[in-house]
Design a protein around this ligand. Structure first.
Ligand code: NAD
Ligand code: GLY
Length: 364
């Protein structure tokens, strides 16, 4: 059966936009219809450009298409590399009607979005995400940023794209480790808002791991539906949007502890989601049988379900105070009220938190 194209709408009033999802979507979606001017700047990196840049360029016949190919890696998501995008825009005389296209994973998407938010006080941009993580999370919802030497995503803006074009074929070249890390974010949606989707993931994991196109398109669509609903309810994270960060408080502590050198983001989030789930069981909200199901599903995706060895409870406490969800010095955590329902809480028991951290960090 031929994989069909799906469309999800992010409902944000006059800033609403479509997400196109499917196999071959770069060729099928009418990219040019989302571009109002004559000039386009494609931002990509040295890994992705040789694979997909030509395909995107072919859809832009008749436009002036300029390119910036950045070095590959989280360490290049900074103001210096952002400046390379501005250099190219100014050198090639791009005006306010220009459109930037982000072709890549979350690093390229976040940087291009932020460049679009800043250039001449805001120009249009389109997301063409090529990692699973970017397709189900970072390309949707308008969080854009670069890192500062003292903190991840510290300089950024909420700035929505004109459209998101998700071509699931691009996942065929994604390394297994990156693919599995993206699955952690897919599982997250089952945990926070959609218990039926969690069951679907349990029953269809083999097809997903084999990158079956129909299974992939369905999982990406359901993830985008969940994310777009949460974003529509709380675009700038004044409240409910924080549930999208399930596992991230613990996960960011792990990434910082490892100085971003060992585990990749989705791996740290996987271990962090289990830690949040453990705490939810201790609070009497989540069934232990459901915690076991969460661990089984993550393990089947070759994802970690406990903190890395060498990390102690004190390391978590020290690093978690820097979390962006800390308000007035009070740590807030995303917890599970049940499988498929999450809340943000500062009412957790600190004794439970200590006990959970000491229990899960036993390998130290
Ligand atoms: P990434 O962008 O670094 O991509 C991972 C690796 O895969 C890179 O080496 C990349 O070159 C390569 N790659 C990408 N697509 C490929 C393809 N189709 N085939 C082969 N290789 C490919 O990492 P990521 O996981 O996509 O994104 C992580 C970034 O996203 C972080 O900077 C994080 O802060 C950000 N993020 C942002 C949001 C948001 O809401 N804006 C949400 C989650 C994460
Ligand atoms: N990735 C979390 C968010 O978009 O809010």
């Amino acid at each position: 059966m031929t994989a069909v194209s799906k469309q999800v709408q992010v409902q944000l009033g006059d800033r609403s936009y479509p997400i196109y999802i499917g196999s071959g979507e770069i060729q099928r979606a009418d990219i040019a219809s989302h571009i109002c001017g004559q000039k386009v700047l494609i931002v990509s990196n040295e890994t992705i450009a040789p694979l997909y840049l030509e395909l995107v360029e072919k859809q832009l016949a008749g436009k002036q298409v300029d390119k910036v190919i950045l070095a590959d890696g989280e360490q290049f998501k900074n103001l210096d590399n952002l400046n390379l995008i501005f250099d190219q825009l100014i050198t090639s005389h791009h005006d306010r009607k220009t459109t930037l296209i982000a072709l890549g994973g979350g690093v390229i998407g976040d940087m291009t979005g932020f460049a679009a938010a800043c250039y001449q006080r805001g120009v249009a941009f389109i997301q063409i995400p090529t990692t699973l993580l970017a397709q189900v999370d970072s390309s949707v919802g308008g969080k854009t940023a670069v890192n500062h030497a003292m903190g991840k995503n510290m300089i950024g803006a909420f700035y929505q794209p004109q459209a998101v074009i998700i071509d699931t074929d691009t996942l065929s070249t994604l390394p297994d480790r990156e693919f599995n890390a993206g699955l952690a974010e897919v599982i997250k949606y089952g945990l926070i808002v959609d218990a039926d989707f969690f069951v679907w993931l349990e029953n269809n994991l083999e097809a997903l791991l084999n990158r079956d196109q129909q299974a992939l398109a369905y999982a990406v669509e359901l993830s985008c539906i969940s994310k777009s609903r949460v974003v529509a309810a709380d675009e700038t994270e004044q409240g409910v949007r924080a549930i999208l960060n399930l596992g991230h408080t613990f996960g960011h502590a792990i990434e910082t502890f490892q100085q971003y050198k060992d585990w990749i983001h989705g791996e740290a989030v996987a271990a962090g989601m289990v830690m949040a789930a453990e705490l939810s069981v201790m609070a009497g909200d989540l069934y232990s049988a459901d915690l076991a199901r969460i661990k089984n599903l993550l393990t089947a995706c070759s994802l970690p379900i406990a903190p890395p060895s060498g990390m102690a409870a004190d390391d978590f406490m020290r690093l978690m105070v820097r979390d962006k969800k800390v308000l007035d010095g009070q740590l807030r955590l995303v917890l599970l009220e049940s499988l498929g329902s999450a809340c943000v809480s500062d009412q957790f028991s600190t004794a439970d938190l200590d006990e959970m951290l000491n229990k899960t960090c036993i390998s130290v």
